[in-house]
Ligand binder design. Structure first.
Ligand code: SME
Length: 137
């Protein structure tokens, strides 16, 4: 039944839907906190494979969101000094945290090949997506 469908299948479906639906969403993935460790581990994603399957807290845009508990919108990745490049085609990035019972347990990470594409509408939409994801976890 639907409620037995593995969580990762559902997360992958969300990645595919987002990447297929929004022209400037070119890499869409989830990172999750690794238990009690201060590191993120890559979950389901669509887009170019990345070497960065484990990211320490504080490192890169993703690692900073793990610490700040805030959305991070990057209009121009080349202007960031604490940034982990996954692909030379990426121009911009947005990371939105996922909260379960008030705890930051992971995030959605979206890369764009378009410069400065993300608006507050993307933030509100992705906050909604993350709230839905939280109910699956
Ligand atoms: N750019 C991210 C790393 C993850 S890749 O975008 C898939 C960062 O700086 O944390």
């Amino acid at each position: 039944s639907d409620d037995k469908k593995p969580v990762n299948d559902r997360l992958m479906a969300i990645c595919k839907l987002l990447e297929n639906s929004v022209s400037y969403y070119n890499w869409v993935g989830f990172y999750f906190r690794n238990g009690d460790k201060e590191e993120l581990v890559l979950g389901p994603y669509v887009g170019a494979p990345t070497d960065h399957t484990v990211i320490p807290f504080g490192k890169g845009i993703c690692g900073q969101v793990a610490v700040s508990n805030q959305n991070f919108v990057v209009p121009d990745v080349s202007a960031q000094d604490n940034y982990i490049a996954c692909s030379i085609t990426v121009k911009a990035e947005i990371v939105v945290p996922i909260f379960v019972n008030g705890n930051n347990i992971g995030q959605i990470d979206i890369d764009s090949n378009t410069p400065d594409p993300f608006t507050e509408d993307d933030e509100r939409f992705l906050e909604f997506v993350c709230a839905q994801v939280a109910t699956l976890l």
